[in-house]
Design a protein around this ligand. Structure first.
Ligand SMILES: [Zn+2]
Length: 156
């Protein structure tokens, strides 16, 4: 614990007992989100989100935590993120395709809103880029494509 997992973008040295980086707000290595997901490392950082590798202590499996970076998220974005996560999670319950990535859980812990995805072999999700940040994309399209990418996790 201590050093921010985002070494390049933040690198803030936190005090020993901190759970979240005091500078950017992302969780620190070794903390448990909701007492369940043990944060291990930063897998991907995007403009407004981070993806972290974590261990689900209940299931004993590796998962990916996708979260809004607290420092750069507004209250409205947090609410929207949770609504999208809820939708993606309920959709995932009905998806039987083993190739699609499932949203297993979502929630909030301290400053962080996050969703939990099953880890995909080969790092396809890590290699893929969000379509969210295309300049000039109409909001409706951006919203639906984000919804789809969250729900299916298909590379664009
Ligand atoms: Zn930080």
């Amino acid at each position: 614990m201590g050093m921010c997992l985002d070494l390049e973008g933040c690198g803030f040295a936190n005090r020993e007992k901190a759970r979240f980086c005091a500078h950017c707000g992302i969780p620190l290595e070794g903390i448990f989100l909701q007492g369940r997901y043990e944060v291990q490392e930063l897998a991907l950082k995007e403009r407004k989100t981070v993806t972290l590798r974590a261990l689900d202590r209940h299931q004993g499996q590796s998962v990916l935590v996708r979260a809004l970076i607290p420092q750069s998220a507004t209250e409205g974005e947090r609410e929207e993120f949770l609504q999208d996560a809820e939708l993606a999670a309920s959709l995932s319950e009905r998806v039987e395709d083993p190739g699609s990535v499932r949203v297993l859980d979502y929630g909030q812990d301290g400053p962080l809103v996050f969703l939990i995805k099953a880890e995909q072999r080969g790092g396809a999700e890590i290699a893929s880029r969000s379509t969210l940040n295309w300049p000039g994309m109409p909001r409706l399209v951006a919203k639906s494509s984000r919804w789809i990418s969250m729900a299916t996790m298909m590379p664009p």
